[in-house]
Write a protein that binds this ligand. Structure first.
Ligand code: KIV
Ligand code: NA
Length: 275
């Protein structure tokens, strides 16, 4: 299993890190078998699995449950779990307690937290407590209300400089990696070059140290809106729809089940019923 030191080595050697989300055992198994370097149990689960319109309603219990399932499906892959909305903003004590549950109950190897500012203290508290932390800057979906929607971040000079400074603070606080979401590629390249820890991009161009995408987006499963930064490598939705429609049809037309799907009694046994 690759760990934080492995990801650091990948950055040094220029080998790109391929990260993907997973939420349950089968998605995690697929990720592991296909050679994903690390799995993120993203709070995007709220949207792609639970049908909420943001990540805000996701709870710690939800993330523990998803993490347990992912670990069972991918026992040999490093698993990072998102700390959900407002579970790391009431001080270090509460942050540590919540991270402890994701690690001890869920089985996560590391946690991810969005933003800088006060969050930087949480990053150093967890790191000194032995918990590897991945940070997340740029478009931080838990702050959708403050950001006023899902849009590209760090476009102005001021915002770009501020983001670079935040990234440096986060590195100093001990984070092992940073996700950069929806920022201009030049800014992502700059941050990746100026930091020594791996920068994983999503909607951040090709010059970061790695990429992350949501499982459902990669395979084309269950998503209505597909953001510009997504590449769908399959259209699983159409396969699912076709299979289910065929099943429904065969039931209606009495073509399913067939002999091979059916259990039978011996003829003699039937005599006691029919004489
Ligand atoms: O929850 C998630 O899927 C994420 C990735 C998009 C980085 O945070
Ligand atoms: Na997330």
């Amino acid at each position: 299993m690759k760990t934080t030191s492995g990801f650091q080595k990948m950055k040094s050697s220029g080998e790109k890190i391929a990260m993907m989300t997973a939420y349950d055992a089968p998605s995690a198994r697929g990720a592991e078998q296909a050679g994903v370097d690390l799995i993120l149990v993203g709070d995007s689960a709220g949207m792609v699995v639970h049908g909420y319109d943001s990540t805000v309603p996701v709870t710690l219990e939800d993330m523990i449950l998803h993490t347990k399932a992912v670990r069972r499906g991918a026992p040999d892959t490093f698993v990072v779990t998102d700390m959900p909305f407002l579970t790391y903003h009431e001080g270090t004590k509460e942050t540590v307690q919540n991270a402890r549950r994701l690690i001890q109950e869920g089985g996560a190897h590391a946690v991810k937290m969005e933003g800088a500012g006060n969050v930087v203290d949480s990053i150093s508290a967890l790191t000194s407590g032995g918990v590897p932390v991945m940070a997340h800057l740029g478009l931080t979906p838990q702050s959708v209300g403050v950001l006023g929607g899902y849009k590209v971040q760090g476009k102005s000079d001021e915002a770009a400089h501020a983001l670079l400074e935040e990234a440096k603070e986060i590195e100093s606080a001990g984070a092992f990696s940073i996700v950069l979401e929806c920022v201009p590629k030049q800014l992502a390249e700059l941050v990746s070059k100026q930091l020594s820890i791996p920068v994983i991009g999503i909607g951040a161009g090709k010059d970061t140290d790695g990429q992350v995408l949501v499982y459902h987006d990669v395979i084309g499963y269950g998503n209505g809106f597909v953001p510009k930064f997504v590449k769908q490598y399959s259209d699983v939705d159409s396969i699912i729809e076709k299979a289910i429609a065929e099943y429904v049809n065969e039931v209606k037309e009495q073509r399913f089940p067939e002999e091979q799907h059916t259990f039978t009694m011996k003829e003699e046994q039937l005599k006691s019923f029919y004489g």
